[in-house]
Design a protein around this ligand. Structure first.
Ligand SMILES: C[S@@+](CC[C@H](N)C(=O)[O-])C[C@H]1O[C@@H](n2cnc3c(N)ncnc32)[C@H](O)[C@@H]1O
Length: 404
C-alpha cells in the first residue's frame, strides 16, 4: 500500500459524519453547477441533456454530494462516477449519498490514472488531488483522456504563498516519523507542534486553518507524504503540457494585479495573474475550471454586450440574498467580500438596486432590463459594473439550470 493510500484509509478527508446530511448541505467550489455552467459553458448549458460527471479522488464526497443534490433539486438528469483510492473514504461518501436518498452515482475504488476506463465525461471534478500524485502531469493527462468533447474540468490545487511554513514542517515530520503508523505520527507531530516557537512562519500564517479543525485536517496539512504547490505559472504550464486550457478561476478578480499596483502595459494574461498571486501573498489554493486545449470558449460574456444570446443569460446570486443586496446598494453601502484574509468592499451604482432585486434565478437579462424600464444603453452601463464586481468575486453566475 502506498503512503498516500495508507493516510486516506486511516484519515478519510475531509472528516465527515453522514448523519450531518440531515442538517446541512456543504456547498463550495468547484462543482457548484451554476459556477460550472458560468465558467465552462458561458451560462448556456442545456440541462435537459444528461450530465455525465466524474469525481476523481472524490474523497468523503463533498463536491459529489453537492452536485448530485443540486441537480436532483433542479430536476436535471445526471450520471455520476465516483473514483478514489481509499475504501474508507468511499464508505463515507456512499453513506452520505444513501442518507440523502440520492440516485445516479456509481462508486469505484481505483486510481484516477485509469479514469478513461470509466468512459468519457462532460464534467470532471478533481479537487485537492492532483498535487498529491507522484507526477501530477500524468494525472492531468489521464483526466484529459477521460474528457468528452465540449466538457470541462473543475479543479483545486494548492498554491505556494498562502501555505508558507507548511513545507518545512512536512519535511521535518517526514524525517522524524518515518516508519510509524498514521496514528503514532499524528500523536507525535501534535506534541512537537505544541513546542514550536510562536514566530514559526506556519504559526504566523493565519490563512491555513485545517490543522485546527480535525485529525484528518492536521494530517492532511502537516503530515502528508506527497504534496506540492502550483503557482499560477506552474499551473498554466502543466495544463499546456497535458492538453488543457485554463477556462477561468472561481474568483477571477483575485487574479487582477491592478487591485494593488499600476501594471505595466502589454503584460500578458498569465503574467498578470502570476503578479497578482505574488502581490497578494495569501493564496493557498487555486480553484477554477479548464477545458480541452483549443476548444472554443463560449461566445457569451461581458464582451457580448446587448447581443441577443448574451441577454438570454439568467443571472443567479451566490451567498447574498437579493433583497439584502438591493437594499445595501440603494443605500450606497459597500458589500464586504472576504478573500485570502482580506475584506474587499464592493461598491455598485445605486441604479443597480432595482435590477438586483429582480435577480431570482429565473429572469434573464432582457427581462431584468425590461422590468426596470431601462433603455439598452443605460442597462448596459449599469450591468457591466454589476457583472464585473459580482462575477469577479464568484458572487454571481449565469446559468439556465432550474429555469422553468
Ligand atoms: C485531500 S482529499 C480530497 C477529497 C475530495 N476531492 C474533496 O475535495 O473533498 C484527496 C483524495 O484523493 C484521493 N487520491 C489520492 N491519489 C489518488 C489517485 N491517484 N487516484 C484516486 N484517488 C486518489 C485520496 O484517497 C483522497 O480521498
Amino acid at each position: 500500500m502506498t503512503e498516500v493510500k495508507r493516510q486516506y484509509e486511516a484519515y478519510p478527508y475531509p472528516e465527515r459524519d453522514p448523519a450531518d446530511e440531515a442538517k446541512r448541505l456543504i456547498t463550495g467550489s468547484p462543482s457548484d453547477p451554476l459556477e460550472m455552467d458560468h465558467v465552462i459553458w458561458g451560462g448556456m448549458r442545456d440541462w435537459t441533456r444528461p450530465l455525465r460527471a466524474l469525481f476523481a479522488g472524490g474523497g468523503t464526497g463533498d463536491g459529489m454530494v453537492q452536485l448530485a443534490q443540486r441537480l436532483t433539486d433542479a430536476g436535471a438528469p445526471y450520471e455520476i462516477v465516483y473514483l478514489d483510492l481509499s475504501e474508507a473514504s468511499r464508505a463515507v461518501a456512499e453513506a452520505r449519498v444513501a442518507a440523502r436518498g440520492l440516485t445516479g452515482v456509481t462508486f469505484h475504488t481505483g486510481s484516477l490514472l485509469d479514469a478513461a476506463e470509466y468512459g468519457t465525461f462532460d464534467y470532471i471534478d478533481c479537487c485537492g488531488v492532483l498535487h498529491h500524485l507522484p507526477d501530477p502531469a500524468t494525472g492531468f493527462a489521464a483526466l484529459r483522456q477521460a474528457l468528452a468533447e465540449g466538457g470541462g474540468l473543475g479543479f483545486m490545487v494548492y498554491a505556494p504563498h498562502g501555505r508558507s511554513g507548511v513545507y518545512p514542517l512536512q519535511e521535518a515530520f517526514g524525517a522524524l516519523f518515518e516508519g510509524l503508523s498514521p496514528s503514532q505520527k499524528l500523536a507525535q507531530a501534535r506534541a512537537v507542534f505544541a513546542r514550536l516557537p510562536e514566530a514559526h512562519p506556519f504559526k504566523r500564517n493565519t490563512v491555513v486553518v485545517d490543522h485546527q479543525q480535525s485529525d484528518a485536517g492536521f494530517y492532511d496539512l502537516l503530515l502528508h507524504s506527497q504534496d506540492r504547490a502550483f503557482s499560477v505559472t506552474d499551473l498554466v504550464e502543466v495544463m499546456g503540457q497535458t492538453g488543457w486550457d485554463l477556462a477561468g478561476f472561481a474568483q477571477p478578480a483575485a487574479y487582477d494585479p491592478s487591485r494593488y499596483a499600476a501594471v505595466p502595459e502589454g503584460m500578458d494574461a498569465v503574467a498578470r495573474m502570476a503578479l497578482a498571486e505574488q502581490l497578494a501573498g495569501t493564496m493557498k489554493v487555486h480553484v477554477g475550471y479548464a477545458r480541452a486545449a483549443g476548444a472554443s470558449a463560449p461566445k457569451t460574456g461581458p464582451m457580448g454586450g446587448m447581443a441577443k444570446a448574451n441577454m438570454a443569460r439568467v443571472p443567479h446570486l451566490r451567498g447574498v440574498p437579493r433583497d439584502k443586496l438591493a437594499r445595501a446598494v440603494a443605500a450606497g453601502k459597500a458589500l464586504p467580500v472576504k478573500s485570502g484574509g482580506e475584506t474587499i468592499p464592493l461598491r455598485l451604482p445605486k441604479g443597480a438596486a432595482a435590477l438586483l432585486a429582480g435577480v431570482d434565478g429565473r429572469r434573464d437579462l432582457a427581462m431584468l432590463a425590461k422590468g426596470a424600464r431601462l433603455d439598452p444603453v443605460a442597462f448596459g452601463g449599469i450591468w457591466a459594473q454589476v457583472d464585473r464586481a459580482l462575477c469577479g468575486w464568484g458572487l454571481m453566475h449565469y446559468s439556465n439550470l432550474g429555469r422553468r
